[in-house]
Design a protein around this ligand. Sequence first.
Ligand SMILES: Cc1cc2nc3c(=O)[nH]c(=O)nc-3n(C[C@H](O)[C@H](O)[C@H](O)COP(=O)(O)OP(=O)(O)OC[C@H]3O[C@@H](n4cnc5c(N)ncnc54)[C@H](O)[C@@H]3O)c2cc1C
Ligand code: FES
Length: 344
Amino acid sequence: MTFTITVEPSGRTFTAEDSEPILVAGIRQGIGLPYGCKDGACGSCKCKLVSGTVTHGHHQPKALSAEEEASGYMLTCCGVAHSDVVLESRQVTEVGAFPIKKMPVRVASMERASHDVIVLRLQLPASDAFQYRAGQYVEFLLRDGDRRSYSMANAPHTQATAPSIELHLRHMPGGKFTDHVFGPMKEKDILRIEGPYGSFFLREDSDKPMVFLASGTGFAPIKAVIEHMQHKGITRPATLYWGGRRPADLYQSAWIEARLAEMPNLRYVPVVSHAEAEDAWTGRTGFVHLAVLEDFPDLSGYEVYACGAPIVVESAQRDYVARAGLLEENFFADSFTSAIDKLD
Ligand SMILES: Cc1cc2nc3c(=O)[nH]c(=O)nc-3n(C[C@H](O)[C@H](O)[C@H](O)COP(=O)(O)OP(=O)(O)OC[C@H]3O[C@@H](n4cnc5c(N)ncnc54)[C@H](O)[C@@H]3O)c2cc1C
Ligand code: FES
């Protein structure tokens, strides 16, 4: 059976089969609902169920707790409609999404940026331009059918000179894909990707000042956003907080310093949580999401863009809304969930 899904307050509608998650149906029909992992682990797709009947497939309680479900919240990535449904999502985008394509890619270069980060450049097919928004991600299609997500670190306009994407991969020891990347993978290897995906991108119709919050390789999509802002001449004030355990984890500080010299609207606050004496670190210390709260006790007039470790993204969303008055609809995030976040 097919049901009608209405998204309030925009009033946009699409149809969903009774066998498909509402998010999948929305993506298929170019409706830009918010999402991240597409797998019930991150909570990015959580929204209010205004009316109708929805059942949920497997998901993590931290993405949607039983209490939240009882009080009328749902996850679109694993929620299936059993009637016409009205849901409330203030982050739905008005413009249709770019086409999602499967592509073979060639490993053009692999550069060690720190002890556990590789900057990977992938050459794309020249015949078919790849369109995406700064901040979005692609999925690698692994041989066994699994998928792994990585965010583009270069802005879309760079495709005009060289059809390639830059990704920042952190090694997760024991991880299926990153063990391969940090092990046998070499330049010229061919991989398969699909994309673009994701609802994490700059809302260009807003003029609110912004806080960018990155932890670890969460810097990658924010780098793309900054590059895009510079290209488009967007001068909204933006403060980037980048957190790592040690200073070396902030592996592209030199790139940021160069942007600071060119973009008077950009500020940068590096934050280190576990500095050692040998680091001779004189900058901010502690948890990066808390550094933002110290500097911005009132976030009610801001947009926050957060990416990286799930614990940082979750803590930021919770604390900025509860303690600093950030409007929920002004928090945009990609939580870098992995297999470990999907374990019960
Ligand atoms: C939207 C999105 C964007 C992302 N962007 C980026 C990015 O730009 N850069 C980046 O570095 N990452 C990013 N990620 C994370 C990335 O997709 C992968 O999840 C991550 O790289 C780990 O992949 P893997 O295959 O190496 O590890 P996985 O196989 O997923 O394993 C992850 C960890 O869990 C452990 N583990 C796995 N199974 C078990 C088990 N049964 N019991 C105990 N431990 C277990 C592994 O040992 C490993 O340490 C993103 C994620 C999302 C959802
Ligand atoms: S929980 Fe639905 S997109 Fe992550």
